[in-house]
Every structure is written in C-alpha cells, then in structure tokens.
Design a protein around this ligand. Structure first.
Ligand code: DX5
Ligand code: ZN
Length: 215
C-alpha cells in the first residue's frame, strides 16, 4: 500500500471554533476529514447531520469521509451526497435497518466512494461477501457512539483477514487510535487511520499526525 492516510474525526474538535479546527488539521497534514453521524437510535448518542457536513465542505478541499451510524441510511444518503461527501460508509448490522447492497449502489450512483463497516461485536462474515464491491472497509476498534474509548486489539484479526482477501481496498480503523495502536493497525494491514482524541486533544496537531504515521 502507499502512504498511510490520516483522517481526523471532528467529533473531538472544538465546535465553537470549527472553522479554525478544520484549517489547523489541514495545515497539520490531515488527508481526509472524518465526519461521525449519530442518530440516537443505531448508537446511543446524537452528533450532527448533513447541514454541518455542508459547512465543513465549504471550509476545506480535503475529501470528506462520512461515517453513518444511523438507522435507514438509504433514506439519508442523498442528503449527504448533496452536502459534499466523498466517502460514505454504512453499517452492515441488521439493526441499521437498510438493504446493504442497495445502499452501497445508491452511494456509488451518487458519485461517492462506498464504505462498509461493522461493530466490534459483529462477525466478519457479515462484510466478507462485499469486500470486492466496496472501496473502503472500516473496522471499528471501539463500540461506536463516543470518542475517547480504549482500542480493542481483538479487532486486528478482522483487519488481517480483510487484507489477506483484498490487497487493493482501503482498510480504515476507527476508535482509540494513537501512535501505538496506529502502528499495530498498519502492521495488520490497515492504511487509513481515523483519530479524534489523539489529534484534537493534543497541543501540536502536526506532531500528532506525524506520530500516527510513524514518522
Ligand atoms: C466512534 C466514532 C469515532 C470516534 C473516534 O463512535 O466513530 O470516529 O470519533 O474517536 P477517538 O479517536 O477519540 O477514539
Ligand atoms: Zn467514525
């Protein structure tokens, strides 16, 4: 794989200064901006919606990596496409209440890259049939809903298995990513790192991003 991609999750940013936060991570070397969308149903938290994504779109030219932790993603995909998403990732669990193959096609038809993800408790078998039909596999390394949780090493087996089955796909890890867990994830085959706390709660965003890349 090429260079490691770092995608800061703005969930951990200071929303009272969102514009400045986006400009700071961009100047610090961020590759993508990760937007965590939570509906209070699929996960036990509520974050923000398409309007904030549209605002972020106006603040940066970096690709927007939109992670939908919501029920009925198919109903909302067109709004995130319109808001300017580049990647849209949906959950594979039945509790997400959508037809996974149809939603992935809908994302592609909207001109976005399609991602699929699974919770730590979910079997890899649920995403394996889609590996050659998606652009990005997101392996959750915490149970989604909140930033700042500890990384789950047991999820590395999913990263390893996905990489052994597909050498081209982007494999992203999300949750508890710091310099140590980034290295472990990369060793197992991940090439995209989502990080909230370890970047936005650090003093020096550029140093935090370099450390994630192992530089
Ligand atoms: C978790 C979100 C993550 C989260 C990561 O529900 O999907 O993107 O913001 O935050 P940290 O890096 O703090 O674990
Ligand atoms: Zn996320």
């Amino acid at each position: 794989m090429g260079r490691v991609i770092v995608a800061p999750s703005i969930l951990a940013a200071d929303f009272s200064r969102l514009c400045d936060e986006i400009h700071r991570v961009e100047a610090a070397g961020a590759d993508w901006i990760h937007c965590d969308i939570m509906d209070g149903h699929f996960v036990d938290n509520i974050s923000f919606g398409p309007e904030i994504v549209r605002i972020v779109r106006g603040l940066t030219s970096l690709p927007l990596d939109v992670h939908l932790m919501i029920e009925h993603a198919d109903h909302y995909v067109p709004r995130f496409v319109k808001a300017g998403a580049n990647f849209i990732t949906v959950h594979a669990e039945p509790e997400a209440k959508h037809h996974v193959a149809k939603t992935l096609q809908q994302i592609r038809d909207g001109g976005c890259r399609a991602g699929l993800t699974l919770n730590p408790e979910t079997s890899f078998d649920l995403v394996e049939p889609f590996l050659d039909k998606i652009d990005l596999l997101l392996v959750m390394t915490v149970h989604p809903g909140f930033g700042g949780q500890p990384f789950r090493t047991d999820q590395m087996q999913k990263v390893k298995r996905a990489r052994s089955l597909n050498s081209k796909i982007d494999i992203e890890v999300d949750g508890g990513i710091n310099a140590d867990t980034a290295r472990l994830s990369i060793e197992n085959g991940a090439n995209v790192l989502v990080a909230g706390t370890s970047i936005f709660h650090s003093k020096d965003y550029a140093m935090a991003i370099r450390e994630l890349r192992g530089e």
